[in-house]
Write a protein that binds this ligand. Structure first.
Ligand SMILES: [Zn+2]
Length: 569
């Protein structure tokens, strides 16, 4: 008798092969048979008539490192078919950390990733110091999906250097300590080493995060450890030189990346976004990908499936929040804000302030001065989205007035997308179609009150596959299952085949879609977060157990820590 039988579904196996009508049998967490199995006995049978049956999705860019301590479900990723999440990206991990210096490690990621410091203070028990100990914590923590973890440069540096990590280059001793810990981490099962050279990553007191103080010699040495061990992937957030308008700066940066990737043979991976379609913001990123692969190295670009930016609302944040007149308004309860905006004189003054104010400097996902052609009311979870500018032209009003009117019409409860990158959907599609690109990079676990990218996989399936017919279902599924699974070394996942781990999605291709986001105040310490569920999922199976059913969590904890190859599992 099988543990689980999924019958009558359209099996899209993750290899890119044509879908076939077949049944899938599971026992002991593993796929045991695929074929015509109707009538066979099973403890549980799911009738997948009219549904696609696919491998679970693999999201290789998340920041669940902290959230895993208080959310075994891994929301919102779990609702969107993600069964394996890789965390510890961009250099931000919670280990290694010296006892008593936890706040220094937290300093690296609270602003860069917008993870509420109060949630981390309440929700994390810091039962580890070394990275291997952190992996043991992840291993024993209940979890609904699988996790794999990278060791992060900012934590590593802070552990090795203390306060000096934010101020100085590393000494030879510092470097030796970091290199030895990268080795120990990989041997314990880390799947990679990650760093950030990006100006978007700052501490709450406007300092660069620790990894940004590293010189190139330090990066070479630490990536070199993975090369010597022939294990691990290198993920990074790029230095602005890659997107510089100065071709010499760009070339120098690309050359050193290509040289390191080719010399070490360590696979490289990084985000590929297009900023306002300006060529220097995305062409060099694609060029780097192609040149690494041409030079005998391996590189994977991580792409988003739509506009990349923040979600605005009166209940969370607005671009105007720091303007003097607005900050006074925004400190008041929502109903008072609504009353103020309905008062013609107050409204006029607020609009003037919004249109002429100084918005200061914003980094990363922080809100910035609105460019109204790239701000969209979120009335439906999938496009088409109309911009505020477009609506303003139709109504012969100013965009700020339209923004306020639309918000007031929903009693200030509505959301707006403010795109900071990937505004041009044609370019988004080109980047997704690149043979070395992977739709991933949800950043799930980070920016939980700012963005809703946990749904990028359901956006791909609902918008690009169904509505736009830009990919076949088989092509899209391959890109979010077997390709990332193989690239990150998850050899027993990512395809539906006998002997593979039973990570499986059952969903309706005709209805699959993100749901509308909702705002909750349920983080440890009461901090807020956005949650976004999905439509169309009958079941998500993790290691043979149904973990999400008809869109709701089953509160099962069949997820595992996936240790890298050197840990020998
Ligand atoms: Zn990241």
């Amino acid at each position: 008798m099988h543990d689980l039988l999924i019958v009558n579904g359209l099996v899209v196996d993750g290899t890119g092969a044509e879908p076939v009508q077949a049944d899938v049998a599971v026992s002991d967490g593993v796929i045991t048979e695929i074929g015509q199995l109707a009538g066979q006995r099973a403890r549980r049978t799911i009738d997948a008539e009219g549904q696609a049956v696919t491998p679970g999705f693999v999201d290789v860019h998340t920041h669940f490192d902290a959230q895993i301590a208080w959310d075994p479900q891994a929301e919102s990723s779990c609702f969107h078919g993600v069964t394996t999440a890789v965390m510890g990206n961009c250099g931000f991990t919670l280990a290694p950390v010296r006892s008593g210096e936890e706040s220094l490690v937290v300093k690296n990621l609270e602003r860069a990733e917008d993870i509420a410091a109060e949630a981390m203070a309440e929700g994390i028990d810091w039962s580890w110091e070394t990275f291997p100990q952190y992996l043991d914590f992840v291993d024993r923590t209940p979890k609904a999906i699988n996790f794999a973890a990278n060791v992060g440069h900012s934590a590593l540096r802070t552990w090795a250097m203390g306060e000096r990590a934010f101020e100085q280059g590393a000494s030879d001793d510092d470097l030796a300590a970091m290199a030895a810990h990268v080795k120990a981490s990989l041997e314990a099962g880390a799947v990679g080493f990650t760093t950030s050279l990006s100006v978007n990553h700052e501490t709450a007191d406007d300092l660069p995060v620790a990894s940004r103080m590293a010189d190139w010699r330090e990066v070479e040495r630490l990536v070199g450890v993975m090369g010597e061990l022939r294990a691990g992937i290198f993920e990074l957030a790029h230095h602005p030189d890659l997107r510089s308008r100065d071709p010499e700066k760009r070339e120098a940066y690309i050359t050193k990346m290509v040289t390191l990737a080719a010399a070490t043979r360590v696979p490289f991976t990084y985000g590929m976004l297009a900023f306002s379609a300006a060529e220097h913001t995305w062409k060099p990123v694609v060029e780097l990908l192609e040149r690494i692969n041409a030079a005998g190295g391996t590189a994977w670009g991580q792409v988003h499936t739509r506009q990349f930016g923040v979600l605005l609302s009166f209940e969370t944040r607005l671009p105007f929040d720091r303007l003097p007149l607005w900050s006074e308004l925004r400190a008041r309860p929502l109903d008072e804000q609504l009353a103020a905006l309905r008062d013609p004189a107050t409204r006029k003054a607020l609009i003037e302030s919004a249109e002429s104010g100084d918005f200061g400097r914003a980094i990363g996902a922080e809100t910035r001065k609105p460019e109204w052609q790239w701000v969209y009311p979120l009335d439906t979870p999938l496009p088409p989205f109309r911009s505020i500018q477009q609506i303003a032209q139709e109504r012969s009003q100013s965009p700020t007035e339209v923004f306020i009117d639309l918000a007031v019409a929903k009693n200030l409860k509505g959301f707006f997308i403010q795109a900071a990158a990937n505004q041009d959907q044609g370019l988004v599609l080109d980047l997704m179609r690149h043979p070395y690109s992977i739709p991933t990079f949800s950043d799930s676990g980070a920016h939980v009150s700012q963005i809703m990218d946990s749904s990028l996989h359901t956006h791909l399936l609902g918008h690009w596959v169904r509505d736009q017919e830009a990919f076949t279902l088989s092509e899209a599924i391959k890109k979010i299952t077997s390709i990332p699974a193989r690239a990150w070394g998850f050899t027993d996942r990512g395809v539906l085949a006998e002997g593979q781990a039973a990570d499986i999605n059952v969903f309706d291709p005709a209805t699959v879609s993100p749901a509308m986001p909702e705002l909750l105040y349920d983080l440890p310490g009461g901090a807020r977060r956005l949650r976004q569920k999905a439509h169309g999922f009958a079941a998500t199976v993790v290691n043979g157990e149904v973990t999400v059913e008809a869109g709701e969590p089953n509160h099962t904890h069949s997820g595992r820590l996936l240790r890298g190859p050197l840990a020998g599992n």
